[in-house]
Ligand binder design. Structure first.
Ligand SMILES: Cc1cc2nc3c(=O)[nH]c(=O)nc-3n(C[C@H](O)[C@H](O)[C@H](O)COP(=O)(O)OP(=O)(O)OC[C@H]3O[C@@H](n4cnc5c(N)ncnc54)[C@H](O)[C@@H]3O)c2cc1C
Length: 349
């Protein structure tokens, strides 16, 4: 990094750091990789992000947008300038309960959003395991999802529109109601349509969760909506500055059906047989994990509730249901799957 390059970036007025400590802090994410960036910029507004991205391009530096850095594959690190979107962009605005939508800055953390929505009876559906850290910008860019993917789908399914900053410094709003980036939409559409046959084979309809990556099969279904391409693009196409998101009503009631199995194989097979009951989630716990709780005082109440000491098993499926649970729980019980079934409807349990 030359002093001229550093000066160019600092002249934008954006908070930017080039010291060794900052560069080391941003050299890792949750992956096994390590790449020391040249510096880190912390834009406070889309305009500032645009100026700093332009300055980086003029200085010949690559840019890598970044949220909380919890990604597992090294996509939040890079050798150029890190555009840190989580420090300042944490505002939640434009809540519209009738339309079931809200606007978030890219740096809003999932738990922060859900803490805001919960007293109003709503939530953001996709539930990544890193909800206390993951930013909405990172979730959109990774098209994240969690255990409740069967009912909520992935983050891309909840994006209404995005405010993005592009590599050539344009600030654009994209989504089905924004007639922006016409030339780009046409070009992407032509590229994708040319390969649509192959894609249909690779991604059969009904596949709700797949790895991140450009949502080209989603774009085929809704060619006017560029958010389908941005969601899952891992920061390679633009920096997301804010997003208008769909929100979901909180479930009125919840219940769990626990099914105990003699083998992991039987548990895996049973997940397929349970899908017609439309569970919110199915989680699997196997024997090695259950054995870790043996002899530990704070797990004893749970072990007693599940009768693990008197009726051992090799695997458990925890099947979660939301709303109108009674009928589905009784069908689950009547199917007599596995060694035994236990129904939990009391939240305290
Ligand atoms: C223990 C553990 C459990 C996990 N569980 C899950 C899980 O259940 N489901 C799941 O999907 N993932 C999971 N992950 C991966 C990760 O936590 C999620 O994908 C998370 O949503 C990433 O958010 P982040 O803010 O940390 O993004 P980062 O790690 O900072 O970035 C992720 C990607 O998004 C890009 N990006 C970030 N912000 C922006 C922005 N504003 N504009 C454009 N691009 C941006 C980055 O360039 C990078 O490519 C897990 C990770 C760990 C360590």
């Amino acid at each position: 990094m030359t002093s001229a390059q550093e000066r160019k970036i600092k002249q934008t007025g954006c908070d930017a750091r080039f010291d060794n400590l900052t560069r080391q802090l941003y050299a890792t994410d949750a992956s096994i990789y390590q790449i020391e960036p040249i510096g880190v910029a912390f834009p406070k507004s889309a305009q500032q992000a645009s100026l700093v991205i332009r300055a980086a391009a003029d200085a010949g530096l690559s840019v890598t947008p970044r949220g909380a850095g919890t990604s597992l594959v090294g996509n939040a690190i890079g050798e150029g300038l890190i555009i840190e979107c989580s420090r300042y962009n944490r505002q939640i605005t434009e809540l519209d309960l009738e339309k079931r939508s809200v606007r978030v800055g890219a740096g809003v953390v999932l738990d922060q959003l859900n803490d805001f929505l919960k007293p109003r009876g709503f939530c953001f559906g996709p539930d990544v395991a890193t909800s206390s850290r993951a930013t909405l910008g990172g979730m959109i860019a990774n098209n994240s999802s969690g255990a409740r993917c069967p009912i909520y789908g992935t983050t891309a399914d909840h994006v209404i529109s995005l405010e993005i900053v592009m590599a050539d410094d344009r600030i654009e709003k994209i989504g089905p109601t924004h007639d922006s980036l016409h030339a780009e939409r046409t070009r992407i559409g032509n590229l994708i349509r040319a390969a649509s046959g192959e894609m249909t084979e690779c991604w059969p309809p009904g596949l709700i969760k797949r790895w991140p990556g450009y949502g080209i099969e989603r774009f085929l279904r809704a060619p006017n909506d560029l958010t389908n391409i941005l969601a899952g693009s891992e920061g390679t196409l633009a920096a997301i500055f804010s997003a208008e998101l769909k929100i979901s009503p909180l479930p009125r009631e919840k219940a769990l059906g626990l099914i105990f199995f003699a083998s992991v194989g039987e548990a895996m097979q049973a997940t397929v047989e349970l899908l017609d009951l439309k569970p919110a989630a199915i989680e699997h716990i196997d024997r090695p994990l259950l054995d870790q709780t043996k002899g530990q005082l704070h797990f004893q109440a749970a072990r007693d509730l599940l009768e693990l000491d008197t009726k051992p098993c090799a695997a458990i499926l925890i099947v979660e249901f939301y709303d109108d649970v009674a009928e589905r729980l009784s069908i689950l019980e009547s199917r007599k799957i596995g060694l035994r079934t236990k129904i939990l409807t009391d939240a305290a349990q």
